[in-house]
Design a protein around this ligand. Structure first.
Ligand code: SF4
Length: 265
């Protein structure tokens, strides 16, 4: 495996369990930085808490390891302070959909030009496999041993409804598609959001008779289908779910107001 220059090689191997999907998305993200030739100093990678929150340990850009659920708040601050930077917030499902859910709504609504990547493994892996807002209905978790009675939150629908201007979903099985979407998201002007369905064989997999990583990746492949066929299959749609450039990015909208005030003076 070629290790790109945006990975801190001395820190390898990843701390993640064997078969965890987080390493794949870190690899795809850093390869995309490399392919787009973005100077390391122009990138700020912001993480929250949880297994995916360890991502900043391995990424050789400016990084911020923040508090649970607040990665987007920090990322927004960085982008507003310096709109020239490429800012990426990396979050798990607990981080983005539970404690950070409100920040997700408002970052999307503001159309602030950051890329939010959610590695959704459908449970709280690091703390023992408790259910999260994206846990599938009737799944077995540490806190729902007889089946999870709630319906999962569709993060992409939430971001679309909140005003996000680039929204895509894929899985770690679809690596080429994942890299393509990361590239599009990084080049998008407003708020871009990618949900990656990712295996957690140690917790979610073990609790749901999918403990081998290949079984779990196959499961993710089977429960998804291209967005064009999702209605007919009833599966989770993967693909680009929204893309528009019709809305001003937050900093641009802000500067329009600033310039109007300047003109009046
Ligand atoms: Fe990955 Fe799950 Fe292990 Fe965390 S507990 S590193 S999410 S496999």
């Amino acid at each position: 495996m070629r290790i790109n220059d945006y990975i801190i090689k001395e820190r390898l191997p990843f701390f993640f369990c064997a078969g965890c999907g987080h390493g794949i998305s870190i690899k795809m993200l850093t390869e995309t930085f490399d392919e787009l030739n973005i100077p390391k100093n122009n990138i700020v990678t912001v993480t929250g808490i949880g297994c995916y929150g360890k991502a900043d340990d391995y990424i050789d850009t400016n990084t911020m390891h923040t508090v649970h659920g607040r990665a987007l708040a920090y990322a927004t601050g960085v982008k507003v302070a310096n709109p020239e930077l490429t800012v990426v917030a990396m979050m798990g499902d607990g981080d983005s959909a539970a404690i950070g859910g409100n920040h997700l709504i408002h970052a999307a609504r503001r159309n602030v030009g950051i890329t939010a990547i959610v590695s959704n493994n459908m449970n709280y892996g690091m703390t023992g496999g408790q259910y999260s807002p994206t846990t599938p209905y009737l799944s077995i978790t540490a806190t729902s041993p007889y089946g999870f009675p709630e319906r999962p939150l569709d993060l992409c629908k939430l971001v679309i409804a909140s005003g996000g201007t680039f929204v895509a979903r894929t899985t770690v099985f679809h690596t080429a598609q994942l890299k393509k979407y990361i590239k599009m998201a990084l080049q998008h002007k407003g708020f871009s959001f990618i949900e990656i369905l990712s295996p957690c064989p140690t917790q979610y997999g073990k609790n749901n008779k999918l403990s081998s990583a290949p079984k779990l990746v196959k499961y993710l492949k089977e429960i998804t289908s291209p967005v064009s066929k999702a209605k007919e299959t009833g599966k989770i749609p993967i693909g680009i779910l929204k893309e528009t450039n019709d809305v001003l990015e937050y900093n641009e909208a802000y500067m329009q107001i600033v310039n109007k005030i300047k003109e009046k003076k």
